[in-house]
Design a protein around this ligand. Structure first.
Ligand code: PAD
Ligand code: ZN
Ligand code: ZN
Length: 376
């Protein structure tokens, strides 16, 4: 490729400071070093986690930074020693990498990787340098993928080659939101047929949980959200009941317990608030209930609970990216999408050019979008 080995100047949405709108700028992207891949991003979804970054919820995310982690693109060039992808391959950048060799990667029960930005929070690449500059300043990476940049560099083990037939403006959702929610139900909770489920927050991630619960054969799926505009889609995807905590005087966990007898079999929190996390825990059956934490609370949040909630037998779990070993599973999920085994397209409510990235965030904050896909 003509650009291989050269610095590429391209557009990126840069977050210069907490609480400020993103700014679409021309940035310089250095070529990939050994073991790295440079990807031309074609499409990227906006996930609430990107909004948490802009709000300053993660103090270890250093500004200026290029957010975005739900993208799909095409390999532009590869660094020395890269063998699993080549220029021209369609790929999904992995915001949770999979080195394949660490103890967690070797454990079939885990999708965590020790060699990730999660173990060592920093927003530089593993060699502690950045590939981005803008106006003479170093710009930080986010989760090693920074999909709000037209070209972005990541380690080879943070990229998965996908089927060449995949529509990138659709399968970008398989970079985060869809697999997170769907996997929370089928991998993390392992929802059983005939069971009862409650999903707190039916945005892009929560609706994917609804789809996962439906796919496993859950018989009752209760969507809980304060925004009733989300209920039509939740019903379309399999929710049997939709309730708003605002419609009840008593705490929502009591409402759910009364609706189901002893509480739901599985509860999921896909919002990221400590109060709804505890409400979700208290909503599941006191003996065998499983509560899965999916929403990301602000760093430093502390949860205080009555220990009896767990002592009586409930299980409380968390999930990162729905428990999928991403490098192994994302290509398979893309194939399943192409085989129409699920339809994640229903989550895409808006498509905008990258220049309108701030409009996309406004739609999310106003509760008007499910997933907004940005196109370069
Ligand atoms: P979203 O904003 O599309 O959805 C959140 C939903 O929660 C909206 O429908 C809100 O109306 C609803 N809501 C807000 N407050 C309440 C409340 N008090 N009670 C009931 N409903 C409420 O976000 P999203 O679906 O993109 O992401 C949801 C969370 O999941 C967010 O915290 C994000 O950071 C996290 C996430 N986690 C992972 C992971 O790997 N664990 C991956 C991706 C996203
Ligand atoms: Zn996300
Ligand atoms: Zn690993």
């Amino acid at each position: 490729m003509a650009t291989s080995g050269k610095v590429i100047r391209c557009r990126a949405a840069v977050a210069w400071a907490v609480g400020k709108p993103l700014s679409v700028e021309e940035v310089e992207v250095s070529p990939p070093k050994a073991g790295e891949v440079r990807v031309k991003i074609v499409a990227t979804g906006i996930c609430r986690t990107d909004d948490h970054v802009l709000e300053g919820c993660f103090p270890n995310v250093v500004f200026p930074v290029i957010p975005g982690h739900e993208g799909a693109g095409i390999v532009e060039s590869v660094g020395e020693g890269v063998t699993s992808v080549k220029p021209g391959d369609k790929v999904i950048p992995l915001c949770l990498p999979q080195c394949g060799g660490c103890s967690f990667c070797l454990n079939p029960e885990s999708n965590y990787c020790v060699k990730s930005h999660v173990s060592e929070p920093q927003n530089l690449l593993p060699d502690k340098t950045s590939r981005f500059t803008c106006k003479g300043k170093q710009i930080h990476h986010f989760l090693w993928v920074s999909t709000f940049a037209e070209y972005t560099v990541m380690p080879e083990y943070a990229v998965a080659k996908i089927d060449a037939a995949a529509p990138l403006d659709k399968v970008c959702l398989l970079g985060c939101g869809f697999p997170t929610g769907y996997g929370a139900a089928i991998n993390t909770a392992k929802v059983k047929p005939g069971s009862t489920c409650a999903i707190f927050g039916v945005g892009g991630v929560g609706l994917s949980v609804v789809m996962g619960c439906k796919a496993t054969g859950a018989s009752r799926i209760i969507a809980v959200d304060i925004n009733k505009d989300k209920f039509a889609k939740a019903k379309e995807l399999g929710a049997t009941d939709c309730i708003s905590p605002h419609d009840f005087k008593k705490p929502i966990q009591e409402v759910l317990t009364e609706m189901t007898g002893h509480g739901v079999d599985y509860s999921f929190e896909a919002i990221g608030h400590v109060d709804t996390l505890t409400a979700a825990l208290a909503s599941c059956n006191m003996n065998t209930g499983v509560c899965v934490m999916v929403g990301v609370p602000a760093s430093g949040s502390v949860i205080s609970i009555d220990p009896m909630l767990l002592l009586s037998g409930r299980t409380w779990k968390g999930t990162l990216l729905g428990g999928w070993k991403m490098r192994d599973c994302i290509p398979t999920l893309v194939s399943s999408y192409l085989e129409k085994k699920f339809n994640s397209d229903v989550l895409i409510s808006h498509t905008l050019p990258i220049a309108k990235v701030n409009e996309g965030f406004e739609l999310l904050r106003a509760g008007k979008s499910i997933r907004c896909v940005l196109l370069f």
